[in-house]
Design a protein around this ligand. Structure first.
Ligand code: NAD
Ligand code: UDP
Length: 312
């Protein structure tokens, strides 16, 4: 099998490249390195089954030979990143999705889109199941990401319906693990970096907003299961164990043994107040549910960040 991963030099994408190489696939990683880094795939580069193409997928791409699977993961994903790159984010969700679907049509590839829990916006239904259409502010600052992903989903379904492409859509809920950038601005690298450096942990708002954190190994297992299923509607992949951001900060302080304080900063505009996946569909369809408890996943991830900070 020959599998192309866009955004393959990013956090999740690099784990996918590794996993598909492990399954015996040839892997082509396409990335423009806007938020990713070659360091994430350095360990794969000596593998003859692995190739890296530096390319902005919002522009047309030609690839020689057959492609069995296309996994479209290219997109800034951290709020800080997509607020810094609003137009590239809109382009990769729209033009990038169009280009990769065109490639899938030309090569008759299976296709999987990395969508997001952000399609539910600031949800009025809790937990969120796939039949909920969401509550998104299209012109708010997060609209560049949320609407790009909603457009991507619409485009994927149109290619499935009009061209009979074997498409898949996953809606990923906050996922964490090794190879997140310490400075990507997401809550987990922020808190861990701050705890390890002895700086105050910056809780936005009063910290009563909730998130549900999934370890990347669980996510990747769900992705590999869905890719080989004949199912085309969106599937939530995430860990339903929900925590307030304030509790989360305290958990990280406990696990790291840090003496850092917690300080409060203003809540960013349109920050979702709650988020928790209903994973019934993934359970029934794939027999999948996350196995890694938060304490175990956070302990492993803390160790990676410790090594990064220590190695600097
Ligand atoms: P990331 O920023 O680490 O990875 C994204 C990768 O895409 C980077 O390597 C970046 O350089 C690349 N990229 C961006 N625009 C590109 C373009 N135009 N052409 C080529 N490459 C481009 O983020 P991540 O957390 O690994 O997210 C990966 C995907 O998963 C994204 O599509 C994101 O929306 C989705 N997702 C992630 C999460 C999460 O919690 N990690 C949650 C929901 C959705
Ligand atoms: N957050 C926080 N402190 C930080 C970074 C983020 O309190 O230093 C909050 C943020 O306001 C949000 C939650 O943590 O409520 C998760 O933020 P993240 O940027 O990780 O991603 P989101 O889930 O909002 O896409």
């Amino acid at each position: 099998m020959r599998t192309l991963v866009t955004g393959g030099a990013g956090f999740v994408g690099s784990h996918l490249c590794e996993t598909f190489l492990g399954l015996g696939h040839e892997v082509i990683c396409v990335d423009n390195l806007i938020t990713g880094g070659l360091g994430n795939v350095e360990h794969l580069r000596s593998n003859p089954q692995f190739s890296f193409i530096r390319h902005d997928i919002s522009h047309h791409i030609d690839i020689d030979g057959p492609i069995d699977n296309i996994l479209h993961f290219a997109s800034p994903a951290s709020p800080v990143d997509y607020l810094r790159h609003p137009i590239p984010t809109l382009k990769v969700g729209s033009l990038g999705t169009h280009n990769t679907l065109g490639l899938a049509k030309a090569k008759n590839s299976s296709y999987l889109l990395a969508s997001t829990s952000e399609v539910y916006g600031d949800p009025e239904r809790h937990p969120q199941s796939e039949d909920y259409w969401g509550n998104v502010n299209p012109i708010g600052i997060r609209g560049v990401y949320d609407e790009a992903k909603r457009f991507s989903e619409a485009m994927v379904m149109a290619y499935h319906r009009c061209h009979n492409i074997n498409t898949h859509i996953i809606r990923i809920f906050n996922t964490y693990g090794n190879r997140m950038r310490l400075d990507d601005g997401r809550v987990l690298p922020n808190f861990m970096g701050q705890a390890l450096r002895g700086e105050p942990l910056t809780v936005y708002g009063d910290g009563s907003q909730t998130r549900s954190f999934c370890h990347v190994d669980d996510l990747v297992e769900g992705i590999t299961k869905l890719l080989f299923k004949d199912y085309h509607e969106p599937v939530n992949l995430g860990n339903p164990s929900e925590v307030t951001i304030l509790e989360f900060a305290k958990e990280i302080l406990d696990l790291s043994g840090s003496k850092s304080k917690i300080i409060f900063h203003p809540l960013p505009q349109d920050d979702p107040k709650v988020r928790k996946p209903d994973i019934s569909r993934a359970k029934n369809l794939l027999g999948w549910e996350p196995k890694i408890q938060r304490t175990e996943g956070l302990t492993k991830t803390l160790k990676h960040f410790q090594e990064k900070i220590g190695g600097k």
